[in-house]
Write a protein that binds this ligand. Structure first.
Ligand code: ZN
Ligand code: ZN
Ligand code: ZN
Length: 125
């Protein structure tokens, strides 16, 4: 294993710890359980990029990025149809993903999954 790979693994472990902390049960108001992405008033167009789609986005997906310097929020917005399609494609890909280095479920594999998709659901109306 190269030094570069070692660093990658350390980084993943760190990201994973952050994720762990973030999903710790927090006392929340009972109100809408939608993530606050800061611009909930805006309507998003569909981010589907394989064809032009003019629908208003109704759902989002989010993935974890392995790059600590990356400034993208990694949130993508989709209309109903493309959201369903995106999830299906993503799950399909995960079955064959070369990113999994182990055959069995383990922390490393969990992080690989999160880097493809870590969160998804409907947008606030
Ligand atoms: Zn990124
Ligand atoms: Zn669409
Ligand atoms: Zn993959």
């Amino acid at each position: 294993m190269t030094i570069h790979n070692m660093q990658g693994i350390q980084e993943r472990t760190r990201l994973d710890a952050q994720q762990e902390a973030r999903t710790e049960p927090i006392v929340r108001p009972v109100e809408p359980d939608f993530p606050d992405f800061g611009d909930s008033g805006d309507r998003h167009g569909c981010d589907w990029d394989e064809s032009i789609c003019d629908e208003t986005a109704t759902h989002y997906t989010h993935c974890i990025c392995g790059d600590p310097d990356c400034e993208s929020d990694h949130i993508q917005y989709y209309c109903d149809r493309h959201y369903a399609l995106t999830l299906a494609l993503r799950l399909d890909h995960l079955r064959e993903c070369k990113g999994y280095e182990h055959d069995e479920p383990c922390e490393d594999n969990r992080v690989v999954t999160l880097m493809h998709i870590s969160d998804f659901g409907p947008l606030a109306a």
